[in-house]
Design a protein around this ligand. Structure first.
Ligand code: GDP
Length: 297
């Protein structure tokens, strides 16, 4: 289960506090040390941990906490609020174009979950807005990728625009956009190629597709299981491409929490959705406060 280790360790840190009637400065110091270790062990970015602990310590040492009736609980609340803040306060909705279609471009490394997320997002838009998206298959480097998008499209009942693997992805996107205009699709979702790591050729291609399709939303799909690597990938993509939102996949696995807790603070870009499984309905809108509750157990 996701965050299990982090949840256990944080609860332990709180337990020693909640037994006390009054919390001293040294109690707070001990708890902060535990929280710091718990976050580092969960693979949270070092600078994020530093800021987090500093902020919690300052609030916890505030007079009203020390005089409080149940100081342990108050510190849990402070940590909860701070976790929520670190992950972005409130849910950030998808960007929407004033005139159709709204264009959503997916980006991310190979295997992160782009194609799966295109399907999930399509289903989500169909259900919440009765949307009629067109899916564009712009990953021409893996022959299986087009087939996979077609299978996903069939599962969620959405058409897929594809031109095989011999056409330049830029041309595919150009023609796909024209098709969406002709068919009055209200959304276009572009599935792009990924590689095992960020490289210049991939970034150039994505950047060209961006210029062609003028996406309202560039969703970066990252695998939460990869922890800090996911954060580095997000930083790289954001600096080179400019992303507008993040989808954190594979939160159903036993991920430690580092990506969920660091990515917003490091990139400044909001997590908009999380993937919680392989099925088409395993997509959730990201609510920082709910995630904080889940982490605290
Ligand atoms: P892409 O290369 O980025 O397009 O990645 P895919 O969409 O092909 O996904 C790679 C693998 O991850 C597939 O086996 C998906 O079923 C799986 N996957 C995607 N999202 C999730 C998720 O949220 N949870 C789990 N458990 N698996 C996922």
């Amino acid at each position: 289960m996701a965050f299990e280790g982090l949840t256990d360790r944080l609860q332990k840190a709180f337990k020693s506090l909640s037994r006390k009637g009054k919390v001293s400065e040294s109690d707070v110091r001990d708890a902060m040390r535990e929280i710091r270790l718990a976050l580092l062990e969960a693979d949270v970015n070092f600078d994020v941990v530093k800021d987090f602990v500093k902020s919690v310590r300052e609030k916890a040492l505030g007079a009203e906490v020390l005089d409080g009736i149940n100081p342990g609980q108050q510190i849990v609340k402070i940590v909860n609020d701070e976790l929520t803040k670190t992950m972005g306060e409130a849910a950030v909705p998808l960007n929407k174009s004033a005139k159709v279609p709204t264009v959503i471009m997916m980006a991310g490394l190979q295997g992160a979950g782009k194609t799966t997320t295109v399907g999930k997002l399509t289903k989500y838009l169909e259900e919440t807005e009765k949307a009629r998206p067109l899916l564009i298959a712009a990953d021409v480097y893996r022959p299986a990728a087009i087939k996979q998008l077609q299978v996903v499209g069939e599962q969620v009942g959405a058409p897929v625009f594809e031109m095989g693997t011999d056409t330049n992805p830029r041309e595919i996107v150009r023609q796909g956009m024209a098709q969406a205009a002709a068919n009055h699709n209200d959304y276009v979702l572009i599935d792009t190629a990924g590689r095992l790591q960020i490289d210049e050729k991939l970034m150039q291609e994505l950047s060209d597709i961006k210029d062609i399709a003028h996406p309202d939303e560039i969703l970066l799909v990252v695998d939460a299981m990869t922890g800090q690597a996911a954060v580095d990938v997000a930083k790289g993509f954001n600096e080179q491409l400019g992303v507008t939102g993040i989808v954190l996949t594979k939160l159903d696995g036993d991920t430690r929490g580092g990506a969920a807790l660091s990515i917003r603070a490091v990139t400044g870009k909001p997590i908009k959705f999380t993937g919680q499984g392989e099925k088409m309905d395993a997509l959730d809108v990201f609510y920082p406060d709910r995630m904080a509750n889940r982490i605290l157990g």
